[in-house]
Design a binder for this molecule. Structure first.
Ligand code: ADP
Ligand code: MG
Ligand code: MG
Length: 246
């Protein structure tokens, strides 16, 4: 499970996270909702080890291991997956090779044997079928000319291939249309199980129409100000953050 205790962090000397405490037990999907600028993306970056953030206090552990002391690759090897808000386009890089490289980097870090092109094709076809996607996306260059929905599909496929124990999805402000939201939701729902947890970060309730979270946390001003069940998301949508948090 993910356990965050009194986590504080700053960027460029400005304190953004002001003492975050939350737990995501194994097998649960939690949502973090909050207004723009509340620190949602900062939390996901700090958890994934992105450079430039200074942790000034508190802790974050994943199954008892200190997440914050690990390099980003080590976090990935431990089973943490961060979905990016803005996927990169890589002209000249085939998507199948890109995905296989990512999978093999993870397997190496875990001391597992790498998969060759044939094994990868078999594995990726199975995942693509399970996610009801098209095999075409393997043949194209990474995200080049992909629609917003196709980029999301590719990200979900990457997640499915890497089989993380904890996925952190930051969907905030990315202006996803309903179809893209559905792709993300289906991807997360397909992974649900006793060994998978997710922290789904979203500004809007819409995504939670398709993913029913076990718990909803409200982040405002760098702090979790309220925690509740799935109904809290609906309340936020209807009444606004200020009223619900008051
Ligand atoms: P959210 O994802 O909830 O919209 P962010 O985590 O992106 O919030 O930002 C939280 C706060 O941190 C905002 O006030 C934002 O202006 C500030 N912030 C984010 N990145 C930087 C940065 N690189 N330098 C200074 N302030 C930043
Ligand atoms: Mg923002
Ligand atoms: Mg954000």
């Amino acid at each position: 499970m993910l356990k965050i205790e009194n986590l504080t962090a700053e960027i460029d000397g400005k304190q953004i996270l002001k003492g975050i405490t939350l737990e995501v037990p194994a097998g649960e999907v939690h949502a973090i909702m909050g207004p723009n600028g509340s620190g949602k993306s900062t939390l996901s970056y700090v958890l994934s080890g992105r450079e430039g953030y200074e942790i000034t206090g508190g802790s974050a552990t994943f199954n008892g291991i200190d997440l914050l002391a690990m390099e980003p690759e080590e976090r990935a090897a431990a089973g943490v997956f961060l979905a990016f808000q803005y996927p990169v386009e890589l002209p000249g890089v085939g998507n199948a090779n890109f995905l296989r490289t990512a999978l093999n980097a993870l397997r190496r870090a875990r001391g597992e044997a790498e998969v060759d092109a044939m094994q990868f094709l078999k594995l990726s076809r199975a995942k693509i079928k399970a996610l009801q996607m098209s095999e075409d996306m393997l043949k194209r260059n990474v995200n080049v000319g992909f629609s917003g929905g196709e980029k999301k599909r590719n990200e979900v496929l990457q997640m499915a291939l890497l089989e993380p124990k904890l996925a952190i999805l930051d969907e905030t402000d990315s202006g996803l249309d309903i179809d893209a939201l559905k792709i993300v939701a289906d991807g997360v729902n397909a992974m649900r199980g006793p060994d998978f947890s997710a922290l789904v970060i979203t500004h809007y309730q819409r995504l939670l129409d398709h993913i029913t979270p076990d718990r909803v946390h409200v982040l405002m001003g760098g702090r979790i100000v309220k925690t509740g069940g799935p109904e809290l998301a609906l309340e936020l949508e209807a009444e606004g953050y200020a009223k619900v948090a008051a």
